[in-house]
Each structure stands twice: as C-alpha cells, then as structure tokens.
Write a protein that binds this ligand. Structure first.
Ligand SMILES: Cc1ncc(COP(=O)(O)O)c(C=O)c1O
Length: 405
C-alpha cells in the first residue's frame, strides 16, 4: 500500500483560539533554558508543595485509611455525606446562613467549570475581574461565551471598580465572579464592597460566584468575610477547596456552597446536579480528608501564615526599594502583582527574565490589565533566602535593560 503523502491535519475547535493559561504557557521558554543546563526558579505556579510547606499528617492518614478501607470505587456524584456535612459546618462557621446545597468536585477548577456551564446560554455573559485568574476566561472561551471583564482598581487597593461593573452589565449578563482573597493581586474585598456588589446582583438578577479558595490565608490579621454571609438572599456559589488552605493541590478536591433565596436557586442547582451526575464523581478516597481537615487541628495554618507574612513583607520591601517597580501590598493568598514601568511589553520582560536570570514570574498581560499598565505576578512561596536572590536577579535585569528610571 502506498502511504498517503500529506496527512490530513486535525484542527482544534475554533472556540479554543483564545484559550490561554499564561501561568503554564511560559513553561516552553523555561524548557529551553533547562535544556541548556540551568535551574529555573518557579515563581509562577501557586503550589506550596514546591517549597518548604508540608501537608498536615493527619489528613494524609485519612486518605490512606480510606484507600485501605476499600473506598476506591465511585463516590456519590455530589460527594460523600460526611464531607458534605463537614462543608456545611464550615459554611456555618463562615456565617453563611442560607445554604441550599453543597457538592464536592475535582478541585475548584471543576466547580468553576460546572457552575458556569450550568448557567450561561449562548449569547449571555458573566462578568469576570481584570486582572483575572485565567481559568475563568478559559472556561468561558471553551463554552463559546464572549468575555465581559470589569476592572479591579489598582488605585483603590485592587477593589472591584463598581462604575466599570455597571458599565459592563448587559441585559444578558447572568453572573459576576469575585475572587477574594484575590489571585493575582493578593487583595481582599472590604465588607462595604461586598455589600455594594450584592446590591448590583439584586438589581440585575445576577448569580455571584465567590471564589474563596484562599480564605484561610489572610496575612494582616483581619477576618475573612464570606460574600454569602453579607448577602444571604443573593444567589451565590461560594467556591472553596483543599489545594491551598490544606496544602494538597495534587489531590484535586474543591467544593461549591449554594446559598440565597431557596426558590430562586432551585432550578439552577438541579442543572448543576445534572452535570455532577454526568461526570460521575470527584476523587473518592481524598474526600475522606475533608472532614478531618475542616474539623481537626488547624495548627499548620499558624506556621503557613507566619512564613507567608514574612515573605510578603520582604517582597513588599523589595518592590518599594526597586526603581521602576511599585506594588499594592498583598493582604491574602501568596501572590504579589507589582507594576513595572518599562518601555516594552511585560511578556518580553518575563521571557528575558527566564532566559537571562532563570527566574520565572508571569506577565500581567497573561491575567488582563488596564491598557497602558504593565505588571508581573510573583508567587512569594519560597524561603527568604531564595526570594532575596530572585529579587536581586530581577532588579539586575531591570537595571541592565532599562536603567533606573
Ligand atoms: C483563584 C483560584 N481559583 C481556583 C483555583 C483552582 O484551584 P484547584 O486546585 O482547587 O482546582 C486556583 C488555583 O490556583 C485559584 O488561584
């Protein structure tokens, strides 16, 4: 048989054209450098397990036990009952009084995908923050939904810019995403801001997606305020999970807590459950860690917060001391989003940083940013010595490439 001379190219779906995940897309540049024999410092991925953080032993034990006890088959689609009960308990502790449903997913990533897929029709949209955690825009692209981003205001500690939210609302807007504590800026929403967003949601029949995956990683001693506790009547899904607070991103465990007026959220919740059943279940043995994590000792958090506070302070000091760099001090999570005043794009800058100094951060344009501004996102998880060396290298590149001002 004669082999075909030209293979027929299999093209990817058109709607994926705009799917980008800058955090991991930079890996190709890093690979070039690694192949030349250099070690690259990954300040790009928010994985505490890359650094000096350890998963609490008692939750690892709970998963071993589940596996040994034969919990290796499919789980119930919404999650195992003891995990759902524990998440309800956590919701109560967060002051969420109108819980209508709870379900467990394979990471918050799956919660986001399911909840958005279950809500929007073609031609409708969801307001997402800019800068944004890029999963949201990826899911919307995948569904063929046009992006509708509202600005976070750097001059107001990265709070949502409400005037822009109002401007971007259309009659086809179905929801709004809040990320609080925020990735990539490390900001926290004030109670007053949550109340104002609630008011907009009420007036426009919006579902609020409140991504609170970092809610136990608050660095300035203020309590985290759950959106749903401030607005018990507003249809809301609070996203939470184990990846960050309990240092197990590889386990892929997240959840959604539906709250708000019972009659209003009922049909939407049923839609979510249709999708939950269609994908069978979330990871099974790992679900047995949810109750011991949420209800057991929280000692690890004291240590995690202590390390993060010290590394945040070091990061902030460096930003304040470095020409061309300025930064709104992060208050939660483990990200800083410094602004950088340079005469070329932030993407060129971060690629040069990998190639010349072997340090990997993510360009602000990978998250979305106001026209005319440039940023980069730092993951400040490494220890102080490693961070200091990385910051010295970043400072050198800025000095060599652009001069002092
Ligand atoms: C704001 C935000 N939401 C969701 C996720 C995804 O989390 P998970 O590991 O639970 O899928 C991340 C991960 O970095 C995140 O930063």
């Amino acid at each position: 048989m004669t082999p075909a001379t030209t293979a027929h190219e299999i093209t990817a779906a058109k709607r994926l054209d705009n799917v980008r995940y800058a955090i991991r897309d930079l890996a190709c540049v890093a690979d070039e450098v690694i192949q030349l024999g250099h070690k690259v410092l990954p300040l790009n991925v928010g994985d505490p397990l890359n650094f000096d953080f350890q998963t609490p032993a008692h939750i690892i034990e709970a998963v071993y036990k589940a596996m040994r006890d034969g919990k290796n088959g499919y789980a119930p689609s919404p999650g195992i009952p003891e995990a759902i009960e524990a998440i309800r308990g956590e919701a109560a502790r967060k002051g969420i009084t109108t819980v209508r449903d709870v379900f467990v997913t394979s990471g918050v990533s799956e919660t986001v995908d399911l909840c958005i897929s279950a809500l929007v029709n073609p031609g409708e949209d969801i307001l997402t923050p800019s800068p944004d955690y890029p999963l949201y825009s990826a899911v919307l692209c995948k569904l063929g939904i046009a992006l509708n981003a509202y600005d976070l205001n750097e001059d107001d500690a990265w709070q949502p810019e409400l005037a822009d939210v109002e401007r971007k609302l259309t009659p086809r807007t179905r929801g709004i995403v809040l990320i609080n504590p925020n990735n990539p800026t490390g900001s926290l929403c004030s109670r007053q801001m949550l109340e104002q967003v609630a008011e907009i949601a009420r007036r426009n029949n919006l579902v609020v997606f409140s991504d609170e995956i970092y809610d136990k990683l608050i660095l300035d001693g203020t309590p985290h305020i759950a959106f749903a506790s401030v607005a018990p009547d507003v249809p809301c899904i609070t996203f939470g999970g184990m990846s960050k607070n309990y240092l197990v991103p590889g386990w892929r465990i997240g959840w959604g807590i539906v709250s708000g007026d019972a009659a209003a959220v009922k049909p939407y919740t049923e839609g979510i459950h249709r999708l939950l059943r269609a994908r069978l279940c979330a990871n099974h043995p790992e679900q047995y860690a949810i109750k011991p994590a949420l209800e057991g000792p929280q000692d690890h958090l004291v240590e995690v917060q202590r390390k993060l506070r010290s590394r945040r302070d070091l990061t902030q000091k460096w930003c304040e001391a470095t020409p061309r760099v300025s930064c709104v001090a992060p208050r939660g999570a483990f990200y800083a989003f410094p602004r950088i005043d340079i005469p070329e794009s932030d993407e060129v800058f971060v690629k040069q940083l990998i190639r010349q100094k072997y340090v990997m951060v993510v360009h602000g344009s990978g998250f979305g940013q106001k026209a005319g501004t440039q940023h980069f996102r730092i993951v400040f998880l490494p220890d102080e010595k490693t961070l200091s060396e990385a910051y010295a290298s970043i400072g050198e590149l800025i000095q060599e490439r652009y001069g002092k001002s």
